[in-house]
Design a protein. Structure first.
Length: 197
C-alpha cells in the first residue's frame, strides 16, 4: 500500500480503525525529524532527547488507541505538544528530586498544603484555570509561550529557564513580562474570567 502521499489524518484513521502498523510507522518517520529537533533544542542533551522522543511516540500510539486525538490542529503540532508536556514533566520531576535531596530540615508536613486534601471544587477551578491559560498560550509567540510553560507548568526558576533556553535571565524575565502583558490583553479582548462559577 502506498503511504507516502497519504495525508496524516488518513494514516491516523488507518491506524485507529485497522490497527495498520505501516500507517503509524509512516507517521513516525514523517514527523521524526521535527519532533526530535524540537526536543533537542529544549533539553540540549542527545541521550535525554532520545528517551523523551521514544516516550513521545509511545504516548502518541497509546493516545491514538484510546481515541484521545481530535483533529483540531495539525497532527505534527499535536505530537510536539505531547513532547513538550513530557519535557515539562521530566523537569518538574527533576526539580522535585533536587528539592527533596537538598532539604536538610524537618518541615512540618501536617501544615503543608501539599499534603492537605483538595476539594472537588478546588480541583475543578484549578483545572479550568490551567485550561484557560493553556488556550491563551496558543496566541503567544513561541519564545513567550515557552517561558510561561517552563515557569508555570514546569516549575523552573528564571535562572533554569535562562540556562535551558540559552538566553540571559533578563531576556527570560522580559519574555515573561511581555507574555503576561499579551495574556492580559487577550483576557480583555476575549472576555475570559479565570475562575469557575
Amino acid at each position: 500500500m502506498e503511504t507516502d502521499n497519504q495525508k496524516d489524518f488518513e494514516l491516523v484513521t488507518q491506524f485507529i480503525e485497522h490497527n495498520d502498523v505501516n500507517a503509524i510507522e509512516t507517521l513516525i518517520h514523517r514527523h521524526k525529524k521535527k519532533v526530535y529537533t524540537y526536543i533537542v533544542l529544549i533539553v540540549k542533551n542527545h541521550a535525554l532527547a532520545e528517551d523523551l522522543f521514544q516516550e513521545t511516540f509511545i504516548k502518541v500510539i497509546r493516545s491514538l488507541k484510546q481515541g484521545k486525538y481530535q483533529e483540531k490542529g495539525t497532527f505534527s503540532s499535536w505530537i510536539v505538544r505531547i513532547a513538550h508536556n513530557l519535557i515539562i514533566d521530566y523537569y518538574r520531576k527533576q526539580k522535585n528530586v533536587k528539592m527533596i535531596s537538598q532539604d536538610n530540615g524537618n518541615p512540618d508536613m501536617f501544615n503543608s498544603k501539599k499534603f492537605s486534601d483538595s476539594t472537588i471544587e478546588d480541583d475543578l477551578i484549578t483545572g479550568q484555570i490551567h485550561q484557560d491559560v493553556r488556550n491563551l498560550l496558543e496566541y503567544l509567540p513561541d519564545d513567550q509561550k515557552q517561558v510561561v510553560l517552563l515557569r508555570h507548568f514546569g516549575g523552573l526558576s528564571f535562572k533554569e529557564i535562562a540556562d535551558q533556553t540559552n538566553v540571559s535571565i533578563n531576556t527570560a524575565l522580559g519574555r515573561m513580562r511581555y507574555a503576561l502583558i499579551n495574556m492580559r490583553k487577550l483576557i480583555a479582548e476575549k472576555n475570559i474570567v479565570l475562575t469557575v462559577d
